[in-house]
Write a protein that binds this ligand. Sequence first.
Ligand code: SAM
Length: 231
Amino acid sequence: MSEVTLPNLYLVPTPIGNLQDITLRAIEVLKAADVILAEDTRTSGKLLKHLEISRPLQSYHIFNEHKTVEKLVQRMKDGEHFALISDAGTPAISDPGFLLVREVLAAGLDVQTLPGPTAFVPALVNSGLPNDRFIFEGFLPHKKGRKTRIDGLVDEVRTMVFYESTHRIMKTLEQLAEAFGADRQACVSRELTKIHEENARGTLAELIAYYQTHPVKGEIVLVVAGKNPKS
Ligand code: SAM
């Protein structure tokens, strides 16, 4: 039997709001890492302090990933074990991580991703919309390519999941209503796992009307039903 070796890189999900959502294994892996790579060392520093984890922290974010990835891979080859975390949720899901995973694998090294918090799964399940098949669209482009992306989803029959911000949600609901029809079912999940969690379900028209009178605050996942294949 081959010897068990620790992966060179662990991706470790962290809470998306409620600090209780860290897993026992995530704590164990973070405590064992030689270095923790963090999107924002100040944000992650607070979490690690709360968890009483004291390991060297190094910043790893979209502005330095291309520059640092090669050196990190070399350090892994030299025997260091890294854990990557992002500000919240699962690294590489609408967060930095993909590039590092790709390069670590290309170098013949090991990657392991721990299961754990991510915003789109509870939003999808909470929506009550079919989840046997779905597509994750992440953030829509803000300007260039936005309309093309939305138009490309008009005939999509699977449930669609989008990440959104408070200042763009109304525009997105309106544009999707125009493209898909205002009677399309959807769900806006706000502040998941936090004190003010809210899951607003209804047609796109109902959600637009609701948010005209209710302020939209916090972090948002928008889940939209796919096209009825019979229509
Ligand atoms: N890596 C994260 C994950 O695994 O979900 C996503 C990071 S992305 C930069 C941040 C976006 O995730 C937010 O703009 C929002 O769309 C979504 N999000 C994160 N936390 C959330 C929460 N507590 N409630 C609702 N949406 C959340």
